[in-house]
Design a protein around this ligand. Structure first.
Ligand code: NAI
Length: 256
């Protein structure tokens, strides 16, 4: 069996790294994994937010480490992985590649996208997960899992958001290749593609987030962070040990 939850065979707690853990979904992942007994490395470019999430994890009774990282930097992601591995007793059990930019990304037609902003979006959202996986790879082993955040918007193809949608589409391909390469070592790699989820960032993007588009979904309600956390816990746990290379759409049934 691969991808287990609960303590390791030697009784020590599993260690999860959540990138972009300073708030939003990342904080929800951190607390969700803490609730399942994992120790948590909260990695974010926002040091203050990461420290606050780490405090919340500790309040749940788990060990936590806040790490300042820029996921676009090879040096910074290497340092993150080394710190996380030291914290995790030489091993990283789960990597959640959650850091991304989207609410601050300018929405414009393809003719008007600023090439510098295109590079920025690709750098954080697509190169970032690769660099984090590359840095963590030496510390992942049999039973470890990587979870990449894509987005349900890749299936609908939101207008005026080509750079963001392309970056999150890339995450699906990246997930498949990583699954094949890391699968030889018993590591599962999957993606979660959330639909519009109620976080501070999504409210910033759309003040009517709680009601926007809910009629199009089978379940007629907006997604809460907890809905997405559940999918990640499944993909990191033993109930999904034979699932790899997949993208799980968690959008309340909006895409069919
Ligand atoms: P958020 O903006 O609250 O969180 C993203 C985090 O990433 C922030 O804490 C930010 O500081 C961090 N970050 C940004 N650039 C970074 C860098 N270079 N290095 C390290 N950290 C960096 O966003 P939210 O809503 O929590 O989304 C989390 C993930 O879920 C993202 O990957 C997003 O694309 C994805 N997603 C979110 C949806 C939503 O409706 N909230 C829908 C579909 C996907």
């Amino acid at each position: 069996p691969t991808a287990a939850t609960g303590p390791r065979a030697d009784g020590s707690a599993r260690t999860v790294i959540v990138t972009g853990g300073a708030g939003g979904l990342g904080r929800a992942f951190a607390l969700g994994f803490a609730g399942r007994g994992h120790d948590v490395v909260v990695a974010d470019v926002n040091a203050e937010g990461a420290a606050e999430t780490a405090r919340l994890v500790e309040a749940e009774g788990r060990r936590a480490l806040a790490v300042t990282v820029d996921v676009t930097s090879p040096e910074s992601t290497e340092a993150m992985a080394q710190e996380a591995a030291a914290f995790g007793g030489g091993r990283i059990d789960v990597l959640v590649n959650n850091a991304a930019i989207y609410a601050t990304v300018t929405r414009s037609p393809l003719e008007e996208i600023d090439p510098a902003e295109w590079d920025l979006v690709m750098g954080v959202n697509l190169k970032g997960p690769w660099l984090c996986a590359r840095a963590c790879s030496p510390y992942l082993g049999e039973g470890s899992s990587v979870i990449n955040l894509s987005s349900a918007t890749v299936y609908s193809g939101s207008e005026n958001w080509l750079h963001y949608v392309a970056s999150k589409s890339g995450v699906i391909g990246l997930t498949r290749v990583m699954a094949k390469e890391l699968g030889r070592r018993g590591i599962t790699v999957n993606a979660v593609a959330p639909g519009f989820t109620l976080t501070e960032a999504s409210y910033g993007l759309m003040p009517d987030a709680a009601t926007y588009g809910v009629d199009r979904g089978a379940l007629k309600r907006a997604s809460e962070p907890q809905d997405i956390v559940g999918a990640a816990l499944f993909l990191a746990g033993q109930d999904s040990s034979y699932v790899t290379g997949q993208t799980l759409v968690v959008d309340g049934g909006r895409q069919f």
